[in-house]
Design a protein around this ligand. Structure first.
Ligand code: K2U
Ligand code: ZN
Length: 169
């Protein structure tokens, strides 16, 4: 398995809308392995294929305390959203930025697993937020899009300044 580079905001590739996975084949299985390794190493509790510049509808998550309960969602579709919750969110594509974001409290999602079998998952709390955050990535949406344009542009400028500083070092 290998560690993958994570796209950084405001890279326009993060805005691409991912296409459905056609075949859950060996390529997808290998990609899932690399995405899980990359997520755990970051460390993170979620990663969308969009973030590693693969524009197919695939996300990995693990919100367990021991980081040993991976969830793979291929072609995820939100069936139901209910309630409202506000939680501090971060993003591996927007490092160092954390903001309170309002999302649905609970979610029911249908997807296909790593073996190609369809399943449904109901979630609330952190897992619900993570699922919504990752599926947003597949649709080219970032958590900063829920902030004011002023705040979003400040974050954009901060990331671009940090990128220039890194390039100079
Ligand atoms: O998609 C990603 O960039 C990984 C996200 C997933 C996530 C964001 C907000 C809330 C829950 C999950 C995170 O950056 S993973 C790092 C992290 C871990 C715990 C809480 C917040 C952020
Ligand atoms: Zn993210």
């Amino acid at each position: 398995m290998s560690l993958l580079d994570i796209l950084q905001f405001p890279d326009t590739a993060l805005r691409k809308i991912a296409a459905p996975v056609e075949d859950v084949d060996a390529r997808i299985d290998s990609l899932v392995g690399d995405m899980l390794e990359t997520m755990y190493e970051a460390p993170g509790i979620g990663l969308a294929a969009t973030q590693i510049n693969v524009h197919e509808r695939l996300v990995v998550l693990d919100v367990s305390d021991e980081c040993n309960e991976p969830i793979v969602l291929i072609n995820p579709e939100i069936i139901e959203l209910d309630g409202e919750q506000e939680m501090q969110e971060g993003c591996l594509s927007i490092p160092g930025i954390y903001e309170n974001i309002k999302r649905a409290a609970s979610v029911r999602v249908s997807a296909v697993n790593r073996n190609g079998d369809p399943f449904e998952l109901e979630a609330d709390g952190l897992l619900s937020v993570c699922i919504q955050h990752e599926i947003d990535h597949l649709d080219g949406k970032l958590f900063v899009d829920y902030l004011s344009p002023l705040k979003r542009n400040r974050i954009r400028l901060k990331m671009q300044k940090a990128k220039r500083k890194d390039a100079e070092e």
